[in-house]
Write a protein that binds this ligand. Structure first.
Ligand code: FES
Ligand code: FES
Length: 157
């Protein structure tokens, strides 16, 4: 069974006809050609596919595409501002070594975004908890936590 869904994707109104078994990750990557969200485990365990739905972080590999009907979806591509300006979180990852191979980075950044929207001044423990669903196989956690700390400072300044 297919269903027509309409939703806001990175600020634009979009629609798609999606089969009932499709997960949001597949629709984002295949229909909308947004390759920021990655498929790591495909089972809700690595966070590489993290996007925001109505401001909350979700694992898009497990989120049925049907369910975004009428909602607002943001991927890492949607954080880029006018004139291709990076979001302060993206800038901080670049400046403070939060990116190694980059596979986990879009998911980490989206989890950080959800965290900082809810808690603009997180403690180190709160940052670690905020990204606890995101795995980095390059084990760059020290720089990732530092990047999110710096991003919080940057956003607050
Ligand atoms: S690909 Fe979705 S959590 Fe790993
Ligand atoms: S930077 Fe390589 S998986 Fe995190």
């Amino acid at each position: 069974m297919k269903k027509l869904i309409r939703f806001t994707l990175n600020g634009s109104e979009v629609s798609a006809e999606v089969p009932s078994h499709k997960m949001l990750l597949e629709v984002l990557r295949e229909t909308f050609e947004l390759t920021g969200p990655k498929e790591g485990c495909g089972q809700g365990e690595c966070g590489a596919c993290t996007v925001l739905v109505d401001g909350l972080s979700v694992n898009s590999c497990l989120y049925p595409a049907f369910e975004v009907d009428g909602k607002e979806v943001t991927t890492v591509e949607g954080l880029i501002g006018e004139g291709n300006k990076l979001d302060p979180i993206q800038e901080a990852f670049v400046e403070h070594g939060g990116v190694q191979c980059g596979f986990c980075t879009p998911g980490m950044i989206m989890s950080a975004k959800a965290l900082l929207e809810e808690n603009p001044r997180p403690t180190e423990d709160e940052i670690k908890k905020g990204i606890s669903g995101n795995l980095c196989r390059c084990t760059g956690y020290v720089q990732i936590v530092e990047s999110i700390k710096k991003a919080a400072q940057k956003r607050g300044s």
